[in-house]
Write a protein that binds this ligand. Structure first.
Ligand code: C2E
Ligand code: CA
Ligand code: CA
Length: 549
């Protein structure tokens, strides 16, 4: 099978998987390609590596806390096979990697050992891949293993000297490949290698880690020297004759503890480099222990999220919305809470941003939307007069989900009137690709959904921006309200914003309404609806059901 093909396993039971993957006598492991969790091991793998169910690949096979810097899973499109040293067996293994779909639609990788380290068996392939040499076949500079060896030799031999390990990569290297062809990409890599060679003549203190990632180490007396060295390299790479910009981002690990192995030092430098990515004011960052803690925390959350969804640990909380003209309850916003078995209630700020990065938000939001529709259905069935519920739509959905289909199916599934479900879309999304977003929104509006611009005023948008967009309501952001209400001029800004919104036939909701002063002001300004702690905090459904509606 081609590595780019996705092997769909439709599994009815583990028996089928067992019989498939126990053919032959080679170890096979299935890994979650996002979290690196070991999902399955065949008999041979169990025998050789022990039972590692639910542990993480890099912990088991690399003895490391973070994913390997040269993890083949991240780079699968380039190569289907890799030769890697295995600590448990103290041997070199020849792995073949294939992308598959695992139970529950999890993106996974099937890793099968095709050969062990006996020279005879793999030497041919090794030489074909240039693995026998100390130097990277494309750029001619030391490859990963030689870089590790060189760094280890020098750094560990000079415990009195201060060293720093620096890892860097090219920003948007993939775009360079896509726009200017792979061979141009190769030229760029060779050029970066040449810059390193010229910077450190006669000193093998640099290497290519993999793909577009490079590293070097240097001694220093004060940290400013490291930054000056990086600036020189960065400038030399930037000043090129390719005709396009080549920017690089650097992570610095100052070596303080010699008990940390060199590969872990590089991993940590790499973690630091990620924090510099996408930040125009910052091209390098020092490793901070906090990054590692954040990553571990994120790992922990990622490991628990699927189980939590299955167990129903994500709870729907409802925050009431009140009509300012008569003080009547007129709707509620659906907000998620994670009821963690050990940690108690986790607020959305601790997991939504992570889920928006790893894509899990698609599953979680659909789950919340279902809960909202189910609640409306129950209200109708029990003879109540339901209030509309508004659900949040993360930015990830706009790129990855067919919202029209998803929401039409939902109202059909629960057989509920379309005007009982409102959709909240955050303001910043209107800055990205307003035309594309608007096309999606028009379709939803045609079906009858009410659309709300969430966090209005928090970004750069103005009524001008959303004037031509298919929305029904703006939700004024709490911070906007707070900052503007603090001054007389600000009050005028809010008054005009509300007036203009009303002229554009938009409904206005104020969120984060906390004080009587807020309420009085909003009433005078003709704001329609208020939501905030002054009236009620988000509450579980059982509590919301006690309110009168
Ligand atoms: P948001 O959509 O802007 O939701 C309003 C947030 O303001 C809620 O925070 C709410 O508890 C809080 N809030 C309401 N009234 C007041 C007030 O008077 N004062 C203050 N200080 N805060 C108030 P929460 O529930 O922590 O949610 C935070 C954010 O997480 C939400 O902001 C939303 O962007 C996101 N979120 C929550 N649940 C979901 C979900 O199911 N899916 C998605 N995609 N995002 C969600
Ligand atoms: Ca919202
Ligand atoms: Ca909001």
């Amino acid at each position: 099978m081609n590595i780019n093909d996705t092997l769909q396993i439709n599994i009815e039971g583990m028996d089928i998987i067992d019989s498939l993957l126990n053919v032959g006598d080679m170890p096979s492991v299935i890994l979650d390609s996002r979290t690196f969790e070991i999902l399955y091991q065949n008999k041979k793998a169990l025998e050789l590596f022990g039972d590692n169910a639910h542990l993480l690949c890099h912990q088991v096979f690399g003895g490391k806390e973070t994913p390997c810097i040269d993890c083949p899973i991240n780079d699968l499109s380039n190569s289907s096979t890799k030769i890697r040293y295995n600590e448990i067996l103290d041997n070199t293994l020849h792995w073949k990697y294939t992308r598959i779909k695992w139970i529950g639609d999890v993106d996974a990788v099937l890793a099968t050992v095709e050969g062990f380290g006996e020279y005879e068996q793999i030497s041919k392939k090794v030489s074909m891949m240039g693995i026998g040499s100390e130097y990277d076949s494309l750029t001619g500079i030391p490859k990963l293993s030689s870089f590790y060896a060189n760094a280890e030799r020098e750094i560990f031999a000079n415990p009195e000297t201060h060293y720093a390990v620096v890892v860097f990569d090219i920003d948007r290297f993939k775009t360079i490949n896509d726009l200017y062809t792979m061979s141009k990409g190769d030229e760029v890599l060779k050029y970066v290698a040449k810059v390193l060679k010229d910077t450190f003549p006669g000193h093998n203190n640099y290497g290519r880690m993999h793909s577009d990632m490079f590293a070097f180490y240097m001694n220093y007396d004060n940290k400013g020297e490291i930054i000056r060295q990086i600036e020189k390299i960065r400038k030399a790479i930037y000043t090129n004759s390719f005709g396009f910009e080549i920017n690089t981002s650097y992570g610095i690990y100052p070596v303080e503890d010699l008990s940390v192995p060199i590969n872990l030092m590089c991993d940590r430098a790499m973690i630091a480099s990620r924090t510099a990515k996408g930040n125009v004011l910052k091209f390098c960052a020092f490793y901070d222990e906090q990054y590692r803690e954040d990553m571990l925390k994120a790992n922990e959350i990622e490991q628990g999220m699927n189980k939590a969804l299955e167990n129903g640990d994500f709870k729907m909380y409802l925050q009431p919305k009140y009509r300012l003209s008569d003080g009547e309850l007129c709707g509620a916003e659906v907000l998620c809470r994670w009821q963690h078995t050990e940690k108690g209630i986790i607020p959305p700020v601790d997991f939504i941003p992570l889920f928006e990065k790893n894509g899990f938000i698609l599953k979680l939001d659909e789950y919340m939307w279902n809960l909202a529709c189910q609640t409306i259905r129950e209200w109708i069935d029990s003879g109540r007069n339901p209030v509309p519920l508004s659900v949040n739509i993360s930015r990830y959905h706009i790129q990855h989900n067919d919202l029209e289909k998803a929401f039409s199916e939902l109202i059909k599934k629960y057989d509920i009137p379309v005007d009982l479900l409102a959709l909240e879309i955050t303001e910043s999304l209107f800055l990205d690709k307003p035309e594309k977003l608007n096309r999606e929104l028009v379709k939803l509006q045609k079906i009858g959904f009410k659309l709300e611009v969430d966090d209005f005023g928090s970004g750069f948008s103005s009524l001008n921006l959303i004037r031509n967009v298919a929305v029904d309501t703006i939700k004024i952001d709490k911070d906007f309200l707070d900052s503007e209400l603090a001054s007389e001029k600000g009050k005028i800004v809010i008054n005009h914003t509300i007036d203009m919104a009303k002229d554009l036939k938009l409904q206005v909701i104020a969120e984060g309404v906390e004080t009587k002063e807020h309420v009085d002001f909003l009433k005078k300004s003709r704001c329609d609806i208020a939501q905030g702690f002054y009236f009620a905090k988000p509450m579980p459904l059982s509590e919301f059901n006690q309110l009168s509606f």
